[in-house]
Design a protein around this ligand. Structure first.
Ligand SMILES: Cc1cc2nc3c(=O)[nH]c(=O)nc-3n(C[C@H](O)[C@H](O)[C@H](O)COP(=O)(O)O)c2cc1C
Length: 317
């Protein structure tokens, strides 16, 4: 998610779930081919497995970027066919690519020819007022014929005119049944569903029908919601015993960020939800977001934030 699932954010999430596949923000082919590749592609070794999401519509450019993904050590490369923003539409990629399944197929083929990494596609169930199942079925069928085996389906349409990207994540109705139907029609494909899913029970219910679930906003705002995902969905031990333990490991990370000369506050914004739902969480968040404290070392801010949280908890009790 743009501005959200940065390397810092993914490092935090890895402290809470080791086995969930993490995705980068969308990076455009133009930014990668003409910009600072290290800035866009560098990540922490701890983040594996991690997928690079690309935005673009030129097969050759996407192929070159898929090669970069492999060189940088990513585990998967994903093509965005779901973003509705106007800026992205001007670049003729994102959700408007759903109107051009053959072009997407060409892109996927070029990427697959360029890399041994899995090439996956994230898309919507339709664009604008196209409500028919046939549209998304034909899209998936064409792209699968080019060799794509994994589809992540945001289960609502993208309305390309008149809605902001935020509204496009809220207003078009969710239609999970279309995603389940895709899985029934293409049992050999890996189909994951995305959109509006929050609790482990909601995720588990989808996993009865589908191969995977992608969670966006809930994982970001409520990182602790992922705490039992490893045991429940991967049959593996959960890495995080307590929020205190995660905060301690995260603070070590912030120390390293600070020592490297980067702003720790820039990384910390992704962790502000860590204590959500517990007494004192608001005070803890307020201290960490206080602009006047940003010149201090993170450990000093942590000391103040914990004191505020515990006094907030005492007041609440
Ligand atoms: C701030 C923000 C940025 C996003 N950026 C991307 C992106 O770069 N690529 C993408 O495929 N989806 C992006 N999305 C959409 C989410 O991946 C997801 O499809 C959508 O939020 C619905 O899932 P959710 O209800 O679990 O959040 C973004 C969402 C938000 C809130």
């Amino acid at each position: 998610m743009m501005d959200w699932t940065t390397a810092d954010c993914r490092y935090l999430h890895r402290l809470i779930t080791r086995h969930t596949l993490l995705y980068t923000e969308m990076v455009t082919t133009g930014a990668l081919l003409h910009g600072d590749q290290g800035r866009h592609l560098d990540f922490n070794a701890e983040e594996h497995p991690v997928a690079l999401q690309l935005g673009g519509s030129e097969p050759e450019d996407l192929a070159a970027c898929a090669r970069l993904a492999e060189r940088w050590g990513y585990d998967e490369v994903n093509l965005n066919c779901g973003c509705p923003s106007e800026r992205v539409q001007k670049g003729a990629f994102g959700a408007c690519l759903m109107a051009e399944p053959q072009l997407v197929a060409d892109c996927v083929k070029a990427m697959r020819d360029a890399t041994a990494l899995p090439v996956t596609v994230k898309h919507r169930i339709g664009i604008d007022r196209i409500e028919s199942y046939d549209f998304v079925r034909d899209f998936v069928g064409s792209v699968a014929a080019a060799g794509c085996e994994v589809f992540i389906v945001h289960a609502r349409n993208a309305w390309l005119q008149g809605l902001s990207p935020k509204e496009n994540r809220e207003i078009p109705p969710l239609r999970y049944e279309l995603v389940a139907r895709l899985k029934r029609e293409f049992p050999q494909l890996t189909i994951a569903v995305n959109g509006g899913l929050k609790t482990p029970d909601e995720i588990a219910a989808q996993l009865e029908l589908l191969d995977g679930v992608m969670v966006g906003r809930e994982a970001y705002h409520e990182p602790w919601s992922m705490v039992q995902w490893d045991s429940r969905f991967f049959g593996q031990p959960d890495p995080a015993a307590s929020r205190e333990q995660v905060e301690a490991a995260w603070l070590d990370y912030l120390d390293r960020v600070h020592a490297s000369g980067r702003s720790w506050a820039h990384a910390m914004r992704h962790a502000l939800g860590l204590w959500n739902g517990t007494p004192g969480a608001r005070r803890w968040r307020q201290v960490w977001s206080d602009h006047r404290l940003k010149a201090l070392p993170p450990r000093e801010v942590a000391r103040q934030a914990t004191a505020a949280r515990l006094s907030g908890a005492a007041v609440a009790a």
